[in-house]
Design a binder for this molecule. Structure first.
Ligand code: ARG
Length: 464
């Protein structure tokens, strides 16, 4: 008898009276993108087969044959010799078909007690778990590179901005550490999401479970899952773990994008706070003088596509009745592209952080404009006994005078300053300097160089 499961026919062909058209075949197939899960598909199949053997559902010989066949298939995939066939729709059927070619009946027994629905849900979780582990490592690399940059600039002063207007002097180290905090929370989110990714759907079969005496805990242990999914309908149908991952990824990209925006502004010749190593920039085909910060700009742009993938997955899920629907095949491309984009971006940014040249003179010159120490003067008056609101008013008048005279607060003479408050004495000039201003903000979370160093030590201890 010729097998129903031959190369040109499909797993279910006996039920059908005509083949699908080429267009429908192409439309419904996923093999050319889901084959990236091959390694995880095989891992899941081996754990399933091992359990079937332990439960006496298939023989030890079958399991040995399956292991042998899968070893060869892995090698074929690794060397690029594996022939992926559109006719076989997806990664699962392609591998199962090749296994059967290689080892015969044992290959045909592999699918006992499972369905592609729980199989694919398992594969995605294995794939995503590995991607998350990768991303967590890369977030650590990026944080570590940023901490190095912060350390070199614990004393470098630049203006801090609110509303893009000069607000108060800050240290560049402190500014960089703000991103280290963001990427720290991104790491927490990834690890938290991992807990819900790391549960085993296999055993749910098509939707209702299986009539075979399976041992799901055993498979979970073999595959390193923390526990099993406790409802078979939920196990095969929900992709909330992938949505959650994309939300966490979108936040990573949002933080990257904010940082990119600042890098672009800082590198503009009008600002000139930093330079980015040439290997992250490109020139212009028409303007010979140009050096453009392409990498930060592209990262800012790619944030849009990751945000889009999150919306795609939410939309994919929202109208689906229980349990599995083919809609879910559409979860893969957005998910894969999110993983690729985040991984590439983090790798490049960790490298780029080490390729930033800081220009302390330009930062300092900017901090000396815009009355960045006005709050320090107000705080000085408060410490001499003036209520804060009155101090605020006195300094506002002083700033207005400076604007008219086109000078800085620290350029005024003591007598000039005393016009605004009799409480002002010679020690005022200490608080009007940039160094005095940043050093005075010396408490947890403040910008003082001393605090920057403590923050760096705290992050380094986390990163160990
Ligand atoms: N390629 C499918 C997917 O990605 C595998 C599951 C197919 N199941 C089914 N009943 N058609 O979701």
């Amino acid at each position: 008898m010729t097998s129903q499961f031959s190369k040109k026919s499909e797993a279910w062909s006996a039920r059908f009276s005509e083949p699908v058209s080429d267009l429908v075949k192409r439309y419904t197939a996923s093999v050319f993108f889901d084959n990236r899960m091959a390694e995880f598909d095989i891992q899941g199949s081996l754990a399933h087969a091992e359990m079937l053997t332990a439960q006496n559902i298939i023989s030890a010989q079958d399991y040995a044959d399956i292991q042998k066949g899968m070893t060869q298939i892995l090698a074929e995939i690794g060397s690029g010799k594996f022939e992926w066939l559109l006719d076989l729709e997806d990664v699962h059927l392609n591998i199962e078909k090749r296994l059967t070619e290689l080892v015969g009946d044992a290959g045909k027994r592999l699918h006992t007690g499972r369905s592609r629905n729980d199989q694919v849900a398992t594969d995605i979780r294995l794939y995503l778990r590995s991607a998350i582990d990768n991303i967590v490592t890369l977030l650590g690399d990026l944080r570590s590179a940023l901490v190095d940059l912060a350390e070199k600039n614990a004393y470098t002063i630049l203006p801090g901005f609110t509303h893009m207007q000069v607000a108060q002097p800050i240290t560049f180290g402190h500014h960089v550490l703000a991103y280290v905090e963001m990427f720290g929370r991104d790491t927490e989110r990834m690890l938290d999401c991992r807990k819900r990714v790391n549960r085993l759907p296999l055993g749910a079969a098509a939707l209702a479970g299986t009539t075979f005496p399976i041992d799901r805990e055993r498979v979970a242990r073999t595959l390193g899952f923390d526990e099993v999914c406790y409802n078979s309908l939920d196990a095969v149908s929900d992709r909330d773990f992938a949505i959650e991952f994309c939300a966490a990824a979108a936040l990573i990209m949002t933080h990257i994008s904010r940082m990119s925006e600042e890098l672009v502004i800082w590198m503009s010749p009008r600002v000139g706070f930093i330079d980015i190593a040439d290997r992250f920039c490109t020139g212009s085909s028409i303007m010979p003088q140009k050096k453009n910060p392409d990498v930060p700009e592209l990262a800012r742009g790619k944030t849009g596509r990751v945000n889009g993938h999150l919306i795609a997955l939410l939309t994919l899920m929202k109208g689906q009745p229980l349990a599995y629907n083919k809609d879910n095949q559409e979860d893969k491309e957005p998910l894969f592209d999110t993983v690729d984009t985040v991984i590439d971006t983090l790798r490049i940014f960790a490298d780029m952080a080490g390729g930033i040249t800081v220009k302390p003179e330009a930062m300092r010159a900017a901090a000396l404009q815009g009355y960045a120490t006005a709050t320090d003067l107000a705080d000085y008056l408060v410490k001499k006994g003036l209520p804060f609101r009155d101090a605020h008013e006195a300094v506002a008048l002083a700033v207005r005078t400076c604007v008219d005279k086109n000078c800085d607060l620290s350029d005024m003479s003591l007598e000039d300053l005393q016009q605004f408050s009799g409480l002002i004495q010679a020690d005022v000039f200490e608080v009007l300097t940039l160094e005095g201003s940043v050093a005075a903000r010396n408490h947890v979370g403040g910008t003082a160089p001393q605090q920057v160093k403590l923050a760096i030590a705290r992050v380094r201890a986390q990163l160990k």
